[in-house]
Design a protein around this ligand. Structure first.
Ligand SMILES: Nc1nc2c(c(=O)[nH]1)N[C@H]1C(S)=C(S)[C@@H](COP(=O)(O)OP(=O)(O)OC[C@H]3O[C@@H](n4cnc5c(=O)[nH]c(N)nc54)[C@H](O)[C@@H]3O)O[C@H]1N2
Ligand SMILES: Nc1nc2c(c(=O)[nH]1)N[C@H]1C(S)=C(S)[C@@H](COP(=O)(O)OP(=O)(O)OC[C@H]3O[C@@H](n4cnc5c(=O)[nH]c(N)nc54)[C@H](O)[C@@H]3O)O[C@H]1N2
Ligand SMILES: [Mo]
Length: 678
């Protein structure tokens, strides 16, 4: 699934049935244990409501009434409709919509990409998760590398900055525990005091979306007290004078008013961070889901460059490691097929965050056919009311490839049943460590399920696409991926992967730590770390407590709908326990009292985009509160149709975009909350 940990799993199979799933003790990051979600994955595998046969819709869109059909009929209907849309409106009237239901490369961005490129379909900008942070790393580092998880054990100070390690990245935790056993301190910086924050030595709670100001404030102190590594900065960075002058405007007093973190704490944190060696920052994607999210990541990354922390084993910073997997994705995806499509050029690009607009406003051509796989946009995309309005269009032909009858599946014209990762071959990279993995099918595909890869192969044949690439086997495609010349992949072959299952990239010699930027080596045009001060001046998000006055007077609370610890986006939305967990709103007692809200009350969260009813969770005392006054938190996210009132938190979130990268601003979201029942 979509997780930085990308675990190595062992399964016991008895008479063709999986009986036990566990973490592989031999994998240096999985280390023999699983999170609560995957430990229960066999329940999902054999869940009676799993989709097993192709179906066509017989009720209204969204209603969820379907009838079984054959694969032949399903494929004929799809091919006919895609051809018609393509002939009448041009192939760009077809839009694929996918994200990371599986992170497997073949089933996530393989035959599907070839298919849509050959068709000339609109391209999808897959921004919904990490686009702002990714753009920030590209601009600052020129590469998506980060500190190896194993090295955290050697840190003396670990900052979890917008990183709920125990919730969304639990395989980092044993390394944190080991570091603390050796005397390290562990701090969290997060508007929400989640499981991880509760176990921290200190928790700092900035206002939502104010991390840029906080990072500049820390830099202010580090410059003022000359705590930076002048040698590292001189040798390996670019733009420090502009950055110094920007930081000089962020004195602790001002930063206190922008972030809510006390000036003395800012000074102490800056000193401690700059003088403790090694110090490591685990920043996760929560930080960049706000209006200034890209700049925030750049300013946080600047701290590691300023202090020269990249020199140290157990230093540096980790947001993503995905850039080290220099696979030949062009050979997998074959973008050049677009030139052979009726379009004869590269197709237009639509941003997945703006799906609602794509389905209701975009013309020239309008979207007439939508093919969804590895994603559940009717639940996970922002501005849900508009998304649903678009999905309900009678003149839109929708195909959904799914394992389960999700909210999105209910809008399908044709619904195709697909396999799980236990039932098909795939190649997996990771965004949290440096091991590449292969996985072969260990369980039979139930009913008439097929992998995404097979489904798109059959569709390509139905469309009459003649290119031999549509007959490539899974192994052909893996070989193509491994076929580049990147040194990190040297010696990694399909045969070796089949033998060893997981293989560490050649990022450093065996047994030696990977220090990506110890001696510079940044991938930017200058080869240096780019501070980028000209884009880092802080203004509070429009939707925040210091934002647009007309908004915050009506909607004074900052909503953070961050991930639920025991589910995976909407993937487990059919589970009643997951649904209970995602039907809660955490409030501070000071916000609850004037609204006459008590623990367990039914409340309505509302803003100008929509509304959603949830159960209030209000602790007895302020010390136990998960959030500071002015912040509410909704663990996310479930299925809309499973919620008691058929409502969803993403009716409130905005389809606005981040400062860079075109990412979503899920956590810049002002709301009001009112009691609406006991
Ligand atoms: N259990 C579980 N694990 C998951 C997922 C899941 O749904 N559930 N989802 C997977 C996915 S898709 C992803 S992208 C990854 C990474 O997932 P993350 O994006 O890292 O997880 P989140 O919980 O959304 O955000 C991390 C933390 O950032 C905090 N945060 C929110 N706004 C701000 C802010 O303005 N400033 C600061 N400093 N912190 C802020 C949140 O309160 C949260 O504690 O996790 C993956 N793992
Ligand atoms: N309010 C709010 N909204 C959010 C977020 C948030 O924090 N708060 N997080 C955002 C983030 S970071 C992300 S990444 C997105 C996640 O959004 P999505 O990527 O849409 O994630 P899921 O909701 O888990 O849906 C994945 C679907 O893929 C299906 N699937 C799994 N494997 C396969 C396969 O092999 N083939 C096919 N065809 N389907 C498969 C699963 O059954 C599941 O229904 O949500 C975003 N939405
Ligand atoms: Mo994500």
């Amino acid at each position: 699934m979509d997780c930085p940990d990308a675990c190595s799993l062992l399964i016991d199979v008895t008479d063709g049935k999986g009986s036990r799933l566990r973490g592989n003790p031999a994998h240096p990051v999985t280390r023999g244990f699983l999170c609560g979600k995957v430990a229960r994955y066999l329940e999902r595998e054999y869940e009676p409501s799993r989709l097993l046969y192709p179906q066509k819709r017989i009720g209204a869109k969204g209603e969820g009434r379907f009838e079984r059909i054959s694969w032949d009929e399903a494929l004929d209907t799809i091919a006919e409709n895609l051809k018609r849309a393509s002939e009448e409106y041009g192939p760009e009237s077809v839009l694929p919509y996918s994200y990371a239901g599986t992170m497997g490369l073949l089933n996530g961005s393989g035959m599907d990409r070839r298919f849509f490129h050959r068709l000339g379909a609109s391209r999808l900008d897959r921004t919904i998760c990490s686009a702002a942070g990714g753009a920030a790393l590209e601009a600052s580092f020129g590469a998506r590398y980060g500190t190896e998880p194993e090295q955290f054990a050697q840190s003396r100070l670990i900052l979890a900055w917008g990183a709920n390690i125990l919730g969304t990245n639990v395989h980092l935790w044993p390394f944190v525990v080991e570091a603390r056993r050796r005397g390290a301190r562990f701090y969290t910086i997060d508007p929400v005091k989640n499981r991880t924050g509760r176990l921290a030595d200190r928790h700092f709670a900035p206002y939502a979306g104010s991390d840029l100001a906080l990072a500049l404030g820390l830099a202010h102190v580090i410059f003022a007290e000359r705590l930076y590594d002048a040698d590292y900065v001189e040798r390996y960075t670019s733009g420090v004078e502009e950055y110094r002058s920007l930081a000089s405007q962020y004195a602790p007093e001002r930063v206190e008013s922008l972030t809510g973190i006390g000036r003395d704490d800012i000074v102490l944190l800056a000193r401690e961070y700059a003088t403790t060696k090694p110090a490591c920052i685990r920043v996760n994607y929560g930080v960049q889901r706000s209006e200034r999210g890209g700049a925030a990541v750049r300013a946080i990354a600047a701290l590691a460059a300023l202090t020269g922390s990249w020199r140290d084993v157990g230093g540096g910073l980790s947001l993503s490691t995905s850039g080290a997997f220099a696979l030949n994705t062009a050979a997998l995806e074959m973008p050049e097929l677009q030139l052979r499509s009726p379009l004869g050029r590269m197709a237009r690009v639509l941003n997945m965050v703006e799906l609602g607009k794509a389905l209701t406003e975009v013309s020239d051509p309008p979207v007439k056919a939508l093919v969804v796989y590895n994603s559940n946009p009717a639940a996970v995309a922002p501005r849900q009311e508009l998304v649903r309005k678009g999905l309900a269009r009678d003149d839109l032909f929708t195909v959904v490839l799914e394992q389960f009858q999700t909210d999105t599946a209910d809008f399908a014209d044709i619904l195709l049943p697909v396999t799980t990762f236990l039932e098909h071959t795939d190649l997996y990279r990771s965004y949290g460590h440096y091991f590449l993995q292969i996985s072969r099918p260990v369980l039979p595909a139930p009913g008439e399920t097929k992998s995404n890869l097979e489904a798109f192969r059959l569709l390509a044949h139905r469309m009459g696409f003649q290119e031999p690439c549509f007959d490539d086997t899974e192994d052909d495609m893996i070989r193509a991926l491994l076929g580049g010349s990147d040194p990190f992949l040297q010696g990694i072959t399909l045969e070796r992967l089949d033998r060893e299952h997981f293989v560490r990239l050649n990022v450093s010699p065996p047994g030696e730590p990977f220090l990506p930027f110890a001696k510079g080596g940044f991938g930017t045009a200058s080869g240096r770390f780019e501070f980028g001060a000209d884009s880092l001046a802080y203004t509070p998000p429009a939707e925040s407590r210091l934002g647009r006055p007309e908004l915050r007077s009506k909607y004074p609370l900052e909503l953070i709908s961050s991930k639920n610890d025991d589910s995976m986006n909407s993937t487990f939305g059919y589970r009643p326990d997951a649904n209970r967990q995602t039907s809660v709103l955490h409030l501070h007692p000071e916000d609850a009292a004037p609204r006459n809200i008590s623990d367990g009350d039914l409340v309505r969260v509302v803003n100008r985009r929509g509304a959603c009813r949830l159960r209030a969770s209000v602790p007895a005392s302020p010390e136990q509160a998960m959030v500071r006054p002015g912040v509410v938190r909704a663990p996310s996210t479930g299925w809309r149709k499973m919620s008691a009132y058929g409502e969803h938190i993403n009716s409130l979130t905005s389809d606005g975009l981040t400062d860079i990268g075109g990412g979503p601003v899920f956590y810049s979201c002002l709301v009001e909350v009112e009691k609406c029942g006991d």
